[in-house]
Write a protein that binds this ligand. Structure first.
Ligand SMILES: *Cc1c(COP(=O)(O)O)cnc(C)c1O
Length: 433
């Protein structure tokens, strides 16, 4: 018999010493102790195995403990795990930057490597501001973003997150103020209505002399609401930015590397941004690494200015270990028919979601690529629902009204069905609450 020991030493000490994302230390919710992970499974300390519907916040696209990624890390660690990037270069970083330029939309030709998604957004924003300072237009010091967006937790990133659920009310004394257009209303597969972009257009027309850049998540707004919008909207944003001398920053940290069914979500609209942020699945979920790409126009503009260089340089920039795993992860993705695989996941999700529409507690469902969303009528109680998911043998972590799934791409149809059956069991148990 397995003894279920929920009060293991680790969990007790965890509550005593350790911050978790968006967590309280005075009223902590116990975390689950994972001791290993393999394929699509997380193994808990008490012997239970959970099927992972989150890919560790959308990162672990190839699943856990992948032999190819493990080997890449082992090979690199025996050479060097880190060297400074100031004045030094190495093959893992150069290879990665060359790959990223080749794979991303045309026009993106220079790469700045950094440590995390939020930092890559800070870098993108700094690039945009420094570009306009160099161009002797320092009054272009505002950003325009979309309501319902999420760009990270650091200060510049936070200032362009949705003002309601993005903590602005708490930090409004310290956050810079930027412009917000309404969240795009036209769904991904609906015919575009002109009015949808009217307010965005009005802001651009009125304020373009102050606006340095538009920043948005192309096609899929992730952590701000799991919302899928029309490629026509994005095309028009691109056109308006070009027309009014405004840079376009595409935050592809969540959408990059195949999640939506295209390698990058900008491809749905066939547009190129001036600056692009990548992170999350860049290393297949192995290590933290992010990249900010920009056009020659942006890099030349910055470097020809008074400062003569771009004013940024993190200590762990271009970490060879992370770059090596990123190279292996990208090669692994591209070595397969990944488009067909994402279509398979989408078809299975789509069929499985039908059942949820009949549940009293469910408002609506949607899916795109390897993303499935069940929007509830009421916000869920995270601590309670998480426990129920774990009892079903699942790892699913909803936020607000959104129960969503973003599994590793290696999840089989059988495993997806098991995952969805478990989610259905939990949600149907919420009926009437
Ligand atoms: C997760 C995310 C970020 C922040 O990345 P971190 O690695 O958590 O700093 C920024 N933008 C988008 C779209 C994201 O999904």
């Amino acid at each position: 018999m397995t003894i279920i020991n929920n009060e293991s030493d680790i969990i007790r000490k965890d509550q005593q010493y350790v911050w978790h994302p968006y967590s309280s230390l005075t009223d902590p919710i116990p975390a689950y102790e994972v001791t290993s992970a393999e394929g699509v499974y997380l193994n808990l300390q008490d012997g239970r195995q959970l099927i992972d519907g989150m890919a560790s916040w959308w990162c672990a696209i190839h699943g856990y403990n992948h032999p190819v990624l493990n080997q890449a890390a082992k090979d690199q660690i025996d050479r060097m795990s880190h060297v400074m990037f100031g004045g030094i270069t190495h093959s893992p970083a150069v290879t990665l930057c060359e790959k990223l330029v080749a794979l991303t939309p045309t026009g993106l030709s220079k790469v700045f490597l950094s440590d995390s998604g939020s930092v890559s957004v800070e870098v993108a924003i700094k690039m945009a501001f420094q570009y306009w300072i160099s161009k002797k237009q320092p009054q272009k010091n505002k950003l325009l973003s979309l309501r319902g967006g999420y760009h990270g937790d650091t200060f510049a990133a936070m200032s362009v997150c949705d003002p309601q659920n993005g903590m602005h009310h708490i930090f409004n004394q310290v956050l810079p103020e930027h412009y917000f257009a309404p969240k795009p209303q036209t769904a991904f597969d609906q015919p575009f209505v002109k009015e949808d972009i009217a307010e965005f257009k009005a802001i651009i027309e009125a304020k373009h002399q102050q606006i340095a850049a538009v920043i948005l998540e192309p096609i899929v707004q992730g952590a701000g609401g799991m919302h899928f919008y029309s490629p026509d909207y994005l095309r028009q944003v691109r056109a308006l930015c070009s027309e009014h001398n405004i840079l376009l920053i595409a935050d592809e940290i969540a959408t990059g590397f195949g999640r939506t069914g295209k390698l990058f979500a900008c491809e749905w609209a066939e547009i190129s941004p001036d600056i692009m942020c990548l992170g999350k699945s860049l290393t297949g979920g192995y290590m933290t690494l992010a990249a900010t790409l920009c056009s020659d126009e942006v890099s030349d503009g910055i470097c020809e200015g008074e400062a003569g260089c771009f004013m940024h340089g993190p200590t762990f920039m271009g970490n060879p270990l992370a770059c090596s795993v990123a190279n292996a992860s990208i090669d692994l993705l591209l070595s397969q028919d990944w488009q067909a695989n994402i279509k398979r996941i989408e078809a299975t999700f789509s069929a499985e979601l039908e059942l949820f529409d009949s549940l009293e507690s469910v408002a609506t469902t949607r899916c795109m690529g390897a993303i499935a969303v069940i929007e509830m009528k009421q916000p869920v109680n995270l601590a309670e629902i998480q426990k129920k998911f774990v009892e079903q043998g699942l790892w699913v972590r909803p936020f607000g009204k959104l129960v969503y799934l973003m599994p590793p791409f290696i999840m089989t149809d059988k495993q997806i069905k098991k995952l969805m059956k478990g989610v259905y069991e939990v949600l149907s148990g919420l009926q009437g609450i």
